[in-house]
Design a binder for this molecule. Structure first.
Ligand code: DPP
Ligand code: ZN
Length: 873
């Protein structure tokens, strides 16, 4: 496969002013007619003859090509494996192309395909070329009309924009035409056809326009739509209030489909969602699912401006829309829920998975320089680190200035396909700011490491902080330069209060770090302070400062920044876990982590603290996060250390856990609101620790909570505790009764699969293989694959890393099989094998050999080839 480089970007030779499509739907032979109004691009190089017209096309059967109504003779075009090259003899013309495709055979879930008998599309990034021949690149923007013809068994026929016509053909088929007045790139095209029901609501925009909101599902799911609809209305209001962005069409539609590679897709006016990211009811969905739905509905809605009205020039700019939109949805979620807890969750994901990506073979900057397959670059770096980069601009400029910048960005580039550079320039121009140095965040990959030292000068009453920054080499990038970043700092006095830092009595200062080594001085500091550094995780870095255990305990008790308060607990836990890993490897005795126990005990007693924050502080760093931290990882040592700490906490704090559990166990009607979610999270954290002791009383509590069936959050948490810590025969029974009750519900069955495959105790390889032959398992459904194969390989560290290496062999086997069906999913799920270099020799050899087996298995898809070859390099 070829590598594509950002530096080779060229403007398109031709533009498409109008795109008129007609679909005659059939599972094996859908006829697609396209009529394109083509025009020479005035911005393209005008010297010499007219260049040929290139149209991307993959897996298409070409039926005919005509220019201005005349069939084109064969010598005027050549069909290639990935497209069509046409000789052109005029500056503008109408091109008509007819193709045939087979949606039923399309298991890649890109382009047009069938999900449970319903037609749907996924075109981002390059799926449109599986529908028809087209310049399938985001800088070609066109006004689309779409006509869909289908048998009467597909009463709902949807596409982008407004419905302008509908009727019946002579032979009794249905026919509907949609028009989208906003020019858009092909990746935002969508089509849906099925026997669907919908719920409808309305939203009146700030300028008084009434927008119709419709949410479509298969009939059986229509009762699970309320939360998504509420979330949509909240998102629409929030985007008006915070960004001044109004919705632009008269109708906004969401469709839920079961077979979907991503979470959801922001197609203009017709968002398509993975069912798991939109459908929820209290009986069937956990709090986490409710919150995820709220966030993803918002994310896709926000794309209407940050992505659709202003889109990307090329796919190297993906973070322009994704990083910005993730930042927008994170702020929305923070406003709707607990801001501190949302930040903790996002940073946990970043530190666990994005830092690992940054340190692995696929490491790339927020704006990559090259790719083989763009689908592989829908990454945590582009999304989450990209959002951190936008957050830093927000922090450096301040909220008001940031808003001036975003207003200018939207105004200046409305209707255009632009670059990350355009975004930064708008932020500068609106504020007279200088982000010259800051731009490096877009081009330089890797996770910066900050080393902080301090000095207190009692005589001068001055406090000095010296910060050194360094970014390690990553594949293809050495010799990294210093970055510009905001470091938010407070100084705590001996009484636990923040010291005043200036005349206005500010308690927090944002330092602008721009150099490799820099010293910052705080004047008029009357006592030696304890620094609270990088508050709110103000930059995506690893920060090292030699805190003592006592200092961390102090921060856990007094820091008013809830993120740093939590982070202090994590630092204590990390220290303990690392020490225990060393003890385990040396065959020494494991000692209870006294400081951590002391800190957590105090936290658990503190009923003034947000219970959700308490739950987060009680949650140990995941094995994956521990693995990210270490080198020459010994997986068994990580597992052993973590189990030891968990059990120490469970034993030492058992009575406190029981007290908190009982006080929080108030049977109130379920509501997915922040306060209740917080209480349930602490309650279930307590339950899990209680059960970890193996006591019969604790397991009885879990059993009773499971039996009461009050809501899925409590039921799933109880079931997880029962299979993790209870007797095997009872676990079987509970799993079976759960399945019997919920077997008709796809989302709950996915939860059921995930609980088992992800269980350190229960999810053995044998069990996982059994799950894969369960009648409800479907290898062509990404959610099921993610629940079972992903649950095992990505969330079941203990079992996946069994010493005999069978876990790795299993994953290799699944990846090879998946690649034939769905390359995007294969290339994702192989990730754990690509990290082999992090492990000590034994595991590294086993993992590498499993990866080699994938590589040797025959011809790989471009997606999988890129990931595997880079990991073996
Ligand atoms: N649908 C994916 C997202 O919204 C890709 N755009 O992030
Ligand atoms: Zn997105």
């Amino acid at each position: 496969p070829q590598t594509i480089f950002l530096k080779d970007y060229q403007v398109p030779d031709y533009l498409i002013d109008r795109t008129d499509l007609t679909f005659d739907l059939d599972p094996q032979a859908t006829l697609v007619k396209s009529r394109l109004q083509v025009r020479r691009n005035p911005a393209a190089d005008a010297s010499g003859d007219l260049p040929p017209l290139w149209l991307d096309g993959v897996d298409l059967e070409l039926l005919s090509v005509a220019v201005d109504g005349e069939l084109l003779p064969a010598q005027r075009y050549s069909e290639q494996t990935d497209g069509l090259l046409l000789t052109v003899d005029k500056e503008s013309f109408v091109l008509e192309v007819q193709t045939r495709i087979a949606p039923e055979s399309n298991t890649s879930l890109e382009g047009l395909y069938l999900s449970n008998g319903m037609y749907c599309t996924q075109c981002e990034a390059e799926g449109f070329r599986k529908i028809t021949f087209y310049p399938d690149r985001p800088d070609v923007m066109s006004v689309f009309t779409t006509t869909i013809v289908a048998p009467a068994t597909y009463p709902v026929l949807l596409s982008n924009g407004n419905k302008i016509d509908s009727g019946t053909t002579e032979d009794g088929r249905l026919c509907v035409t949609w028009e989208d007045p906003f020019a858009k790139p092909s990746y935002l095209f969508a089509l849906v056809a099925g026997d669907l029901q919908f719920v409808e609501d309305h939203f009146t925009t700030s300028s008084g326009r009434k927008v119709t909101l419709q949410l479509f599902t298969e009939p059986k799911n229509i009762g699970k739509t309320a939360h998504a609809m509420e979330s949509l209305k909240k998102s629409m209001k929030w985007d008006e209030e915070v960004y001044g962005r109004e919705y632009d069409l008269d109708i906004f539609m969401i469709v839920a489909v079961d077979h979907f590679n991503m979470g959801a897709m922001e197609n203009k006016g017709l968002n398509i969602f993975n069912s798991a990211c939109v459908l929820a009811s209290p009986e069937t969905a956990t709090d986490a699912a409710f919150q995820r739905i709220e966030a993803i509905v918002a994310h896709e809605y926000f794309h209407n401006w940050s992505g659709n009205r202003v889109t990307c020039r090329d796919w190297f700019q993906l973070s322009l829309k994704e990083g910005f939109t993730v930042f927008r949805d994170a702020e929305f979620s923070a406003d709707m829920n607990s801001r501190g807890v949302k930040r903790i969750e996002d940073v946990t994901l970043l530190r666990t998975a994005q830092f690992a990506e940054d340190a692995g073979p696929m490491s790339h900057p927020v704006r990559p320089d090259s790719y083989m397959e763009i689908s592989n670059f829908y990454t945590l770096t582009v999304y989450e680190k990209g959002a951190e980069v936008v957050r830093m601009i927000h922090r450096l400029l301040g909220a008001e200035a940031f808003r001036r910048g975003s207003d200018l960005y939207f105004e200046r580039h409305d209707g255009c396909a632009v670059t990350c550079e355009d975004f930064v320039a708008a932020m500068e121009d609106a504020n007279g700011a200088d982000l010259t140095l800051f731009r490096r965040w877009y081009s330089q990959g890797g996770t910066p490491v900050l080393d902080v030292e301090d000095k207190y000068d009692a005589e001068a009453q001055e406090y000095h902080l010296t910060i050194r920054q360094h970014t390690p080499d990553t594949p293809g990038q050495t010799d990294k330069q210093p970055l510009h970043m905001p470091i938010a700092v407070s100084l705590l006095g001996a009484d636990g209060r923040e010291l005043s830092l200036d005349q206005e009595a500010s308690i927090e200062r944002v330092l602008h770090l721009t150099e490799a080594t820099q010293t910052f001085t705080f004047a008029d500091i009357p006592e030696r302070p304890l620094p609270s550094l990088l508050r709110g995780f103000s930059a995506p870095v690893k920060l090292r400062y030699r805190y003592t255990s006592d200092q961390l305990l102090f921060l856990m008790q007094y820091d008013t920044d809830s993120f740093n308060r939590w982070d202090a607990s994590q630092r204590l836990a990390f220290e303990a876990l690392e020490q225990l890993q060393r003890a385990y490897r040396a065959g020494g005795e494991m000692q209870a982590p006294e400081a951590l126990l002391q800190g957590l005990s105090a936290v658990l007693e503190n009923t003034q603290l947000d219970p959700a924050l308490v739950a987060k502080m009680l949650t140990l760093p995941s094995p994956q996060e521990l693995a990210e931290h270490g080198d020459a990882i010994d997986a068994q040592a990580i597992v052993a250390a973590r189990v030891f700490v968990r059990d120490s906490i469970a034993k030492a704090l058992a009575s406190r856990f029981l007290k908190r559990y009982q006080s929080l166990d108030q049977r109130k009607p379920y509501q997915p609101v922040a306060e209740d979610i917080a209480e349930r999270s602490l309650k279930n954290t307590c339950l899990s620790y209680l059960c970890a002791t193996g006591s019969a009383d604790a397991l009885a509590l879990a059993e009773s909570q499971f039996m009461r069936k009050e809501n899925m959050t409590d039921v799933a948490a109880a079931l997880a505790a029962l299979i993790e810590f209870g007797p095997a025969d009872q676990a079987e029974e509970h799993l079976e009764s759960f399945y019997q009750q919920w077997q008709q519900d796809t989302q709950v069955v996915e939860t059921w699969f995930g609980l088992q495959a992800g269980s350190a105790n229960y999810g053995t390889l044998g069990r996982v293989r059994e799950l894969m032959s369960h009648p409800a398992f479907e290898f062509t459904n990404p959610n099921k694959v993610r629940a079972v194969v992903g649950g095992f390989a990505m969330r079941n560290f203990a079992q996946f890393h069994q010493e005999d290496g069978t876990g790795y062999e299993f994953l290799a086997e699944q990846v090879i099989a998946l690649d034939k069906l769905n390359p995007q999913i294969a290339a994702r799920i192989v990730t754990p094998l690509t990290r082999w270099r992090k492990y000590r020799t034994l595991e590294a050899e086993q993992i590498r050999s499993a990866l080699q087996r994938v590589s040797d298995s025959g011809e790989l898809s471009r997606d999988l080839y890129e990931v595997v070859s880079k990991a073996l390099e």
